[in-house]
Design a protein. Structure first.
Length: 381
């Protein structure tokens, strides 16, 4: 049998970028649970500081793998200055996709590692695509259901190739599923009722007319609340503005809540309709008519699933009874409106770090079960 060499080349031209984005379509063609990403979103992720402010404090390279002239894989390699402040010498790779070929997978990972060494890195971590705030981790369990909005999906054999490259899993991220139609257990209802009697607590929806300032409040709480979490890097002002603009079209005010205690914003919860249900038939394309279809569907989205991607409580209240009250009140309020206004039947909570005891306890209390596990790996360079 002829041994065909793997050719790894950096992404440079527009054609290369298109190939980098497009190569996943044939790769996942036979996977019924894959959901096509919006191509414009992926292009924005890799296109530099004009469309992604991560590049104002990070640098990256992107590579394509070819075999017999056909594109058979891709990978990114990146160094983030904010990561360096917390873990000097840690480089990352991501956006990893490959055919089931050990030679291709190895060549891609080794190329990313060589680039990281050239940047002075001594440790390699992945997949991070391309920030912890984008799509971190490799799906290792839960391939039997589609990913929800802003979550990744991978092919089962990827883990085998990552392990073969000498990597060890260092952190698991869990996605929890919970049915929401019939409400939560009675103990949760009692907690919510107790919170509603507390006149110092006010739970309010975001004001879309002041969305920029509301987004700054939320992300200020987030940066504080998540500051000690594994892998955390703060969102910069430019990223806060960028995230606000990105999320505004899909934000439903009654699904994004700010909790005030003695009139001070101290916690928030964000719930999003599963946009993947609304974009699947677009097959990644917003032009020529995809934009119009999506905007129309977002006027009053009806989705079976909602996802709670973000929640945070200021540090002074963490590990207090008040924090639990706020969390359960917000979860119940987004459940009510998700079911009543948008026909939701299920919610995904996460991702949640495997050592985040308080959030795991909340997920357990509402009857959620782990449905997907994403794993982040590391190796010395």
């Amino acid at each position: 049998m002829r041994n065909v060499a793997v050719d790894i080349t950096p992404v440079g031209s527009k054609a290369d970028r298109n190939a980098f984005v497009d190569m996943v379509w044939p790769l996942y063609a036979n996977d019924p649970n894959w959901r096509p990403p919006l191509k414009d979103e992926v292009h924005a992720l890799i296109s530099g500081p004009r469309r992604n402010p991560w590049f104002l404090h990070g640098r990256a390279a992107f590579f394509l793998a070819r075999k017999d002239g056909k594109i058979v894989g891709r990978i990114s390699a990146q160094v983030c200055d904010l990561v360096q402040e917390r873990r000097p010498g840690l480089g990352q790779w991501g956006l990893f996709e490959t055919i089931d070929d050990a030679e291709v997978a190895s060549a891609l990972i080794r190329t990313a590692e060589d680039w990281l060494r050239g940047q002075g890195m001594t440790q390699s971590q992945g997949p991070i695509s391309i920030s912890i705030w984008d799509e971190p981790g490799l799906l290792v369990d839960g391939f039997d259901t589609p990913p929800k909005v802003m979550m990744g999906h991978h092919l089962p054999y990827y883990e085998r190739h990552v392990l073969a490259a000498g990597y060890t899993g260092v952190k698991d991220l869990f996605a929890w599923n919970v049915p929401v139609t019939d409400g939560f257990p009675e103990v949760v209802n009692r907690i919510v009722a107790a919170g509603e009697k507390n006149k110092r607590i006010n739970i309010r929806p975001v004001d879309l007319k002041k969305f920029d300032s509301e987004a700054r409040i939320i992300l200020d709480i987030l940066n504080e609340a998540w500051g000690n979490n594994w892998g955390f890097v703060p969102l910069t002002d430019a990223e806060v503005e960028h995230v606000g603009k990105k999320l505004k079209p899909i934000v439903l005010p009654h699904q994004v809540l700010i909790a005030e205690y003695d009139d001070e914003p101290v916690a928030f919860m964000m719930s999003l309709p599963d946009i993947n249900e609304l974009t699947r038939e677009l097959n990644g394309r917003l032009l020529p008519f995809g934009w119009a279809k999506l905007l129309w569907r977002l006027r009053n989205p009806q989705t079976e699933w909602f996802r709670v991607p973000l929640m945070g409580v200021r540090t002074k209240l963490q590990a207090t009874r008040t924090a639990s009250l706020l969390a359960f009140m917000m979860i119940e309020y987004v459940r009510r409106t998700g079911v009543g206004n948008h026909g939701a039947k299920w919610a995904e909570i996460g991702w949640i770090l495997d050592d985040n005891g308080p959030m795991i306890s909340i997920a357990d209390a509402v009857g959620a079960k782990v449905a997907k596990t994403y794993r982040i790996y590391e190796s010395a360079l």
